[in-house]
Each structure stands twice: as C-alpha cells, then as structure tokens.
Design a protein around this ligand. Structure first.
Ligand SMILES: [Ca+2]
Length: 395
C-alpha cells in the first residue's frame, strides 16, 4: 500500500559491503537513541525489548531501496503480468473459495468480492508473496539509513504499536523489504488506521494463512475513501473518427451522456451507463485504449496512486468478474520515458516555444498543455502523451 512512497527512483549504486562493520556499530548506536523516542511515543520497555531482541541490520533493504530501477517498461508488459490469464483464473478460484467470507465483507463494507480479490492478487499474488523479511529489522535498518529516515521511523513506531497491541507476535511480523505487510501489503500506519478484525478473535491478523482479516481490512480502506458499490472504476470506450484528443485528461469532466454526445461510447457502440461524472483517459496516447474514468478510479488510487497500478487492479477486477480482455490492446513497443528523457522533452518543448513552466522531469498539467500545443501546431493528435516518438521528433 502506498507503494509510490517506496518507489523513489534513485540510481545510486553505493556498495555497502566494505562498510558493513561500521554500519553495524552505527546501527546499534542508532537503536540506543531510538529507544528514547519510542518510549516518548508510548512504546513500553517490555514491547521494545521483545521487538528488538533479534533485530539485525539488513543491508539488502538499503541496497534495494537505493537501486530501484526506473520503471519504464511498456504498460503492455506490466498489464501482461498484472492481469495474466493465470492470475485471472486464480482470482476467480479465490472468489469461489472465500465466497462466504467475501459475502460478509461485502455486506459490512459495500465492496464487492472481485474488487477485494483483485487487490489481493496485485499485492501478493493471492497471499503467495506476503513478504518474509523480519519487519522490525527492515524498518529499523531503513530508519537508520536516513535517506527516508523520518518516514521509516514513523512506520517503525507504528509497527511497535501493533506489537504492543498484541495483534501479532514479533517473530510472525514479517513483510516486504520495504515494510509492506501481509496479504494486501499494508504499511504499518495504514494498518493502524484501517485494519479490522474480521474473524472476531480480537486480533487484526493480516499475516496468517487465513486472508480474511486482510481482505476485510482492504475493504474497510476502500469504504473509507468512498468506494461506490456497483459502479466501475472505468469503462473502455470507443472514440469517434477525428476525435479531439484535447478532451482527454483529468480537467475535462462530463456525464456519460455528455461523452456520448461527443461520440464517446462503450465498446458495444452504446452510450456508457450513467455512473456519474467521468474523465477520459488514453494512458498510452492516441494509439492505445481509451477509458472513461469514474470516482472509484480515485479510490483505488488511494491504495497506490500509480496509473498502471490503478488500471491493473481495475481491469483485473473486471476480468475476475467475468469480463474479457480489453478490445484495444496497449501498444507493445511503447516504453515509458526515463526521468532524464522527460526533462529533455520539457527542455526541447520550452526551447521550441511551448513552455512547460519548468524542467523537473515530472509530466504534470503544464507539461501536458505544452505537449498538446506542440502537437496541434505539428498537426498531431493532441493527446498530451509524453511518448518516445514525440521526443525523437523534437530532437
Ligand atoms: Ca482476527
């Protein structure tokens, strides 16, 4: 959950091995100082000692945190993994296997089984990858490392609070290398705020083989952020010939009837039912699929705000419920731009008279407006999409 906070692209490749001994003693000193801050935050001596009894410095977590590659795979590749046929059929099997639990979860939180199971599939492949790294060691290492120390120390204090509450024993409190826990990969602060005890044993156990507390916790999270039961995250649509791609993006909102008047209809050729106001998205530009996006899109985004993730969860949930593949496939050869390339694109647009209001490698509304203006001047569909082809054209 909130994985974007963990995906800070850093290309530093600092080798840690020769420094291990010094790091270990620095780590022990850090723990001694942290003990006081944990006590001040309400963690008892007993909780702290039990939690830190077997804590180890885990250089792997730091290396992985520092060496995360930029994510530039084509969306088509990502979707092929995220919504593979195997994951779809396993998801359908999970909906059957946990039908009773999921029906109760739906009754209590108004979030449908195929949605909850889709998050489960994306986050841990239905519990197969819950993460087996000792959580306190992971979070203490990353808090000590300091690169995002404040964030990880906050997570560590929350994790100690979970232990103090008795939800899980220290030895069973495991997670990913970055501190996300259990079947649906909650980080400790999200767990504190949203996890629920579905089984009624007094413990909010998202780590055990039984996924029902984790699934209910995910539903509770979605409910809290306004999930609308019975409504889609988005609907694939067909665009009319000669469509004005200036209408795509988050700033143009209309009802499905408004969109139908502009020629934007479902893949069956019929107007999309009225699920409320929608925006139109072409995630890979004019050359790929188009979607009307509804409020539930943003609810999935509260779990992880990466566009690819939201579409992945949304489409997986549709497939689990029985829908077929997208009618228009994502282009297979369209990788995304690296940050350096996004900066170059901004600079070249600005130099060409289409100011992006800054060169920071982030493609926000100003950059998209500049791209659209350039595309219009060049007679291209103004989809605002920062493609490699666009960059090559500007070179
Ligand atoms: Ca429980």
């Amino acid at each position: 959950m909130h994985r974007r906070q963990f995906i800070a692209a850093s290309l530093s490749t600092l080798s840690l091995a020769p420094m291990a001994a010094a790091q270990e003693s620095g780590f022990q000193n850090w723990i001694a100082g942290f003990r006081g801050r944990a006590r001040a935050a309400g963690i008892t001596e007993r909780t702290f000692n039990a939690a830190f009894a077997d804590v180890r410095y885990l250089p792997d977590s730091i290396e992985r945190d520092r060496n995360q590659a930029e994510f530039v795979r084509p969306l088509a590749d990502y979707m092929a993994t995220a919504v593979s046929d195997t994951r779809v059929s396993n998801g359908r099997e999970m909906v059957r296997r946990y039908a009773n639990e999921l029906a109760q979860i739906e009754a209590r939180f108004d979030v449908e089984p195929h949605v909850v199971v889709a998050v489960w599939g994306m986050e841990s492949n239905y519990g197969q990858r819950r993460g087996d790294t000792p959580l306190i060691s992971t979070l203490a290492t990353l808090a000590y490392d300091g690169r995002r120390g404040r964030f990880f120390e906050e997570q560590l204090i929350a994790a100690l609070g979970i232990l103090q509450n008795g939800d899980v024993a220290p030895r069973n409190m495991t997670g990913s290398w970055a501190g996300a826990m259990g079947h649906t990969q909650f980080i400790p602060t999200s767990y504190e705020a949203y996890a629920v005890d579905f089984t009624g044993d007094g413990r909010r156990d998202i780590w055990s083989d039984d996924p029902s507390d984790a699934l209910a916790s995910t539903a509770a999270y979605f409910r809290r952020f306004g999930w609308r039961k019975g409504q889609p995250w988005g609907v694939e649509v067909r665009l009319p010939r000669g469509f004005d791609f200036g209408q795509t993006g988050r700033s143009v909102t209309g009802s499905p009837a408004d969109w139908a008047r502009a020629g934007v209809v479902g893949t069956n050729g019929q107007p999309v039912p009225n699920y409320g106001d929608a925006t139109l998205s072409t995630p890979t530009g004019a050359g790929g699929p188009a979607f009307l996006l509804f409020r539930n899109y943003d609810v999935i985004g509260r779990y992880n705000n990466a566009e690819a993730y939201i579409i992945g969860v949304g489409h997986l949930s549709d497939r689990i419920r029985g829908a077929g593949p997208l009618q228009t496939a994502f282009p297979v050869d369209e990788r995304r731009l690296r940050r350096a390339e996004r900066r170059e694109l901004q600079q070249r647009l600005t130099d060409a008279g289409f100011s992006t209001q800054g060169v920071d490698g982030r493609i926000g509304p100003n950059s998209r407006a500049a791209i659209r203006a350039y595309q219009r001047s060049a007679g291209l569909p103004p989809d605002g999409h920062p493609s490699l082809g666009l960059l090559q054209r500007l070179r």
